[in-house]
Design a protein. Sequence first.
Length: 515
Amino acid sequence: MMMIMKRNRRNSSVFTAFSTWLMGLTARGGRNKANSWRQYGLNPQLQALVTVMAALLLAGMLFSGALLLDYTNHADLLAKGKQLMKEGKVAWAADNFKKIIQQDSGHYEAHLRLGQVLLELGELEQAEHEFETAMAIKLNIAPSLRTKDQDALVSIASAKLSMIKKRWKEAEKTLMSGYERQSKNLELKEALWVLYQQWGQDAFEQKHLEEAITHWGQALDFVGRYKQEEETQAWLAKGLQVAYTGLEERKASPEERLAFIETALRKHYSYKLLLAKAAIYEHEVKNPAAALQAYRQAFQAQPQVVGLKLLEQLDVATQQAQLAGHFTLSRTLEAEALAVKQTIKQHQPAGQRVSVAIQAIERTAEDAETTEWEPKVMLTVANHSGVSVPYLKVKIVLSSNNQLLCSVTKEIFPPLQAGEVRKLVLLPKQRYLMHKLQNGVLQGEVLLTLDEEDPVTWVVKDKKQVTLFPPAQWLNDWFPWELSKKKKSSTTDKSSPEETPSATPPVSNGTTPNA
């Protein structure tokens, strides 16, 4: 209670003054009505005591309400900060944790979270200070008041302090101790992944390749997200490739290199290692059957890269089987080659197996009677392969006379399935005046990308040009008085209205065939 009062000294003084005022007010009322209480046989002293207790109770309720409101505010800020950390918005997360600390300097979870954020931002000294502050606060909290998640955070903070100083074994001991108690804690798993990832990177920079490969292999046991697994696999592949290059540079024997590849494949199943294995069997050991088997394994791992090489090997094996009179084997190899070709077709790059076409570019319906317009682009997206496309984004770029007007980007979700054709409508959500178009002509260009990460590579897939506003309609929209004068003069010159040619009605959707 004393700690709470100390943290909320300002609120305490305000409510103390309020309760004193309320007590005085009720006491004065009690003195004025003492005679009336006596008339009914009530004790004035007892009534005053009850009034004072009621005032204190009211003040306590108000004070507790303020504390509860303050606690709720901290909980909201903490939850928002943790969500921002998950989204990768670490700078915004830091602001939320700092607000909590400004209001309550003894909030140790806020110090822990702020330390983690500062560590990601590269502010090592400040991160170390926040971790040390959190550890000092933790020692003053009774174990019965700490939750398991809070203890896990303390273990992570202590380990990250050791990681800053590159005391890797000390950090591993701290985290593994916490992980043994809470094996389902996701934050501990991620902290272990970070530890082994950075430990391996440090060993790699120190040219301790075997140690680096070992730690990256350990990191794979604690990956939490798909991107983490990809990153770890990439580092592990890099370490293995450097180690294998070292074997080639010192001209290690084929047997030694094959033994290294077999060990490496158990840690990282890479098609590059399988291709190296196949090349050794093909050119050095002279074992065509083992080489063909290695090419098959590499094809299973990366069909679109290894496919042509496997077809070449199958062709050679088929010819040898025919020369040796093994016609059954040759037919089996031919059937395998046909299946490989079919697989290559299915696994060709998605940019080649997805088409995007512009069907039409029109104005919206409400633009018919205004001098403003908003283009509506209708697209058709088709997947011509036998597999789904996990990520696909299209962009439409609108321009007139090579002057850019706007661009709209849309991610295709849910993913485009095998053989699916889907229709899309894109609206730029922006209105333009008619004079933005040169002669009423609008050009549209649709692009496609399969890159989820920056930098994005866009590929132009289709172009289309339309005339949104025919000249007569454009002139009528902007200069109606001029046309009315011409119509009036033409009607007065003609002898009969039947001889007056009727005006061409405007096109309903304002589109013309493709230019």
